[in-house]
Ligand binder design. Structure first.
Ligand SMILES: Nc1ncnc2c1ncn2[C@@H]1O[C@H](COP(=O)(O)OP(=O)(O)OP(=O)(O)O)[C@@H](O)[C@H]1O
Length: 416
């Protein structure tokens, strides 16, 4: 008989302000916020259905709770888990996006870095979920642009995969492995990573399609098209009020879509040779990710956080306890045969929901915009000086100096 433990408390929505305050063109305040963690259970796959003795081990009791229904081998293991949202096998990706990613993703439009990532065992539905989520986010980004004609938006895309601990540019597949550099202001940057401006939503979808085609995929016993690398598609969203407003500040934020490779057991994937080597790299970097999340979730949150132990955690550092809003969608199979792996995923998810990020509105002033603004100001002041019956020139200059001294200065939280 299984003994039910009290459910792990869910992240109380009332204590979390999920939308940091934004004052367009104004000051940026850091906002503490827990990572949004949801769990998606996919339907049994054809392979799983083909196994006659296959049993379903998990049940979504309500929109936030998932229960273990299988035989209890480890009496200490929890049987009930609570998250911000739980999506059952019948749920469409649209709903997963609406409730588990949209709010976080759309923050990038107002200068807040955002990351959505999928985590889970191999073949649990990460790529399936992230493709739908990315597609919906692109649709909503362009809808927002259309509805806000007073702002000018620039959307740029870059994309990389981490394959066998090497970083590769998915937009320039012929370039060799890329180096990671430490920048005192921007954190870890990927040297020489290509970045393209998306002309419109169709162009952006086309570029995302190219990245997906380039990604390393291989067949394993659990998945015909298993992702053998971690993929990060990064949109940089820059926006500012159109010229006539005279406002020189722009919002700039990164929006990352991260489709991790899945944790796997060689015994289940029957991996040998290259697949086995890939699996080793995948598991090692996921172990570092788990360690980082576990350490960040501990109450004291003190001590060394081993971001530097893998390229994945170095690149995602801002999204893990830093200046970004983050949503994690954990995917799992309902099958009893994968119960142990699913438990590991739920352990990861349970730690992740205790991690606090501190997102800020990122604003920059480009040199070009600033020069243009100052030229206009100089021209205006010169015109006033030429008109003696207006306020005295010294008054005007004093006012201007005071104004500039009050902080309409250079970039605040530049991300680039
Ligand atoms: N929610 C779902 N509904 C229907 N089919 C799904 C769902 N999730 C995943 N699948 C199917 O299950 C299979 C495995 O999914 P997917 O490739 O997304 O897994 P993965 O977690 O990305 O695996 P890997 O880590 O090996 O790359 C695919 O055929 C996919 O179409």
């Amino acid at each position: 008989m299984s003994t039910s433990r009290p459910p792990t408390p869910s992240t109380p929505a009332s204590k979390i302000q999920r939308t940091p305050t934004v004052t367009p063109g104004g000051s940026s305040r850091a906002q503490e916020e827990k990572i949004l963690v949801t769990v998606r259970v996919r339907p049994l796959s054809k392979r799983e259905l083909a196994m006659k003795d296959q049993k379903v081990a998990w049940e979504c009791a309500d929109s936030q709770t998932i229960l273990y229904k299988g035989p209890q081998q480890d009496r200490a293991a929890p049987t009930s888990y609570t998250f911000d949202k739980v999506f059952g096998p019948a749920c469409q990706t649209d709903l997963v996006y609406e409730d588990g990613a949209k709010d976080v993703a759309m923050s990038a439009l107002t200068g807040i870095n955002a990351t959505i990532f999928a985590y889970g065992q191999t073949s649990s539905g990460k790529t399936f979920t992230m493709r739908g989520v990315t597609e919906s986010a692109v649709r909503d980004i362009y809808k927002h642009i259309e509805n806000n004609p007073e702002r000018e938006f620039i959307i740029k895309i870059s994309a990389m995969e981490i394959y066998n601990e090497n970083v590769k540019d998915l937009l320039r597949p012929d370039s060799g492995p890329l180096r990671l550099l430490d920048d005192p202001e921007k954190g870890t940057i990927v040297e020489k990573l290509d970045e393209e401006i998306a002309k419109d939503s169709q162009h952006l979808r086309h570029l995302i399609g190219i990245c997906e085609e380039q990604r390393q995929v291989g067949e394993t016993a659990l998945n015909d098209a298993s992702s053998r690398s971690h993929q990060i598609i990064r949109l940089t969203v820059e926006s500012r009020l159109r010229e006539a407003s005279g406002c020189v500040k722009s919002f700039v934020a990164n929006l990352n879509f991260v489709d991790l490779a899945g944790s796997e057991r060689a015994a289940q994937t029957h991996a040998i040779g290259a697949r086995l080597k890939e699996g080793g790299h995948i598991n090692r970097s996921l172990l570092t990710l788990t360690t980082v999340i576990r350490k960040l979730s501990s109450e004291k949150r003190s001590g060394h956080i081993p971001y530097r132990d893998s390229k994945l955690t170095r690149i995602l550092q801002l999204s893990l306890g830093g200046n970004a809003r983050t949503a994690i969608i954990c995917t799992m199979s309902p099958a009893l045969t994968h119960a142990e792996q699913s438990r590991n995923t739920l352990f990861f998810a349970t730690c992740a929901k205790e991690v606090t990020n501190t997102a800020k509105v990122n604003m920059v002033v480009s040199d070009k915009q600033l020069v243009k603004h100052l030229q206009t100001e100089v021209a205006r002041l010169e015109a006033e000086l030429r008109t003696p019956d207006r306020a005295s020139s010294s008054d005007i200059l004093a006012r201007k100096i005071k104004q500039d001294g009050n902080g309409d200065g250079r970039a605040t939280e530049a991300t680039r």
